[in-house]
Design a protein around this ligand. Sequence first.
Ligand SMILES: NC(=O)c1ccc[n+]([C@@H]2O[C@H](COP(=O)([O-])OP(=O)(O)OC[C@H]3O[C@@H](n4cnc5c(N)ncnc54)[C@H](O)[C@@H]3O)[C@@H](O)[C@H]2O)c1
Length: 447
Amino acid sequence: MSDRYIDFANSSLGHRLVAALGLPSPVRLERWQAGRLRPVEGALLLGGGALAGKVQAFAHKLTDAIYTYGDETSTWIPGHGPKLKAVVFDASELQHTDQLKQLREFFQPLLKNLDNSAHLVILGRAPESLDDPFAASAQRALDGFGRSLAKELRNGGVLQLLYVGDGAEDQLEGALRFFLSPKSAYISGQVIRLQACATQVEDWTRPLAGRKALVTGAARGIGAAIAETLARDGADVILLDVPQAKGDLDALAARLGARSVALDICAADAAQQLIDHLPDGLDILVHNAGITRDKTLANMTPEYWDAVLAVNLNAPQVLTQALIDSGTLHDNARVVLLASISGIAGNRGQTNYAASKAGLIGLAQAWAPLLKDRGISINAVAPGFIETQMTAHIPFALREAGRRMSSLGQGGLPQDVAEAVAWLGQPGSGAVNGQTLRVCGQSLLGA
Ligand SMILES: NC(=O)c1ccc[n+]([C@@H]2O[C@H](COP(=O)([O-])OP(=O)(O)OC[C@H]3O[C@@H](n4cnc5c(N)ncnc54)[C@H](O)[C@@H]3O)[C@@H](O)[C@H]2O)c1
């Protein structure tokens, strides 16, 4: 469903009216277009500690316009340099409260010089990895600073904080290729921890080449976008959906040159059927199939409760366990669970849905340490309001609230969620494990 308010707010009359009335003025976000090669099309400003030097070593692969504040050859001067499309500040060496002013000194001059849809990243060290309480406190301060600054950005700007663990420095390129590019257009105010990871992307034009991927609920909406994006990135994709959706599923599979499996993931023999369909094993498992049956708990029927828990939580648990036990899931596999911000913040009328989605977040956290020895990562992606058939059924007033109550003031697109899943599916993204990545435009819910 299209968002007519964005069209209106970006028309010349609408723009003036929206400003005069003090209404939200969401901009059209820049998104990744097929055929694009460079993650950053425009100026990248680097600054801060030694990790910025590590970024400098591969920055020419991100963009050909690299700047620092003080360097003689490529100095960026506020008000004189080009508008900035991307910014990376290494704050990992800040160890005392008085050093935190470096954040203000670095970011304040550039804020009025950001291009549309600018991507900002702060690098730090995870507080829990530091022995010195004051250093841990300074690093934790980055969290509050980053989430707040993300809320102050205009014109589609987004900001994330990456805590870089020991040995994870060589995974910075993959993370920045994602977080500095339009692939993360609808992600903001997120805090992600990177750990060392033994596997790397070989070819950035096809980061998923040679990887076998299964996407459940792939006939439409977010699942279809995930299947398309994984295929774009070189994966050999298998699409799964209920037998009733076989027409749409087969049409998409034919377009992508993919295989399809018509199967209800709650069927008694679903696990065995799935194993039989995957004789060559699996490298990327995306549990996207999901349903809503909304009612307040006072009016919740057992059928509504059971259906949501069965599809959204029990099936991913049972199927993943079976794929592990049967050896179908390869070493270094990537598992992505589609959760929801409802599972983080809770949502009136969604006790069943929020329980199932919170359960998935818990599943990722609990399984991550158990699967780590095999190089397998498992993460949750928590979409906010995404424009799909699921959200098109929400009553108008609630739909408008869902769209506007975020820093970006609009709903996301299925592509936004798909890009996050594709990134987590990469060989190098084993650096992220047991975490939840929100794709919600920094929604106010559960923030
Ligand atoms: N749209 C949003 O705003 C939003 C927000 C947060 C989370 N999510 C989650 O993202 C996922 C996809 O959402 P969507 O909006 O694309 O939903 P959708 O309803 O458009 O698509 C879901 C797909 O899952 C399939 N499916 C349902 N039950 C199944 C079963 N038992 N076996 C196999 N396939 C089954 C459906 O046939 C459908 O094709 C869901 O898990 C949803 O909870 C969506």
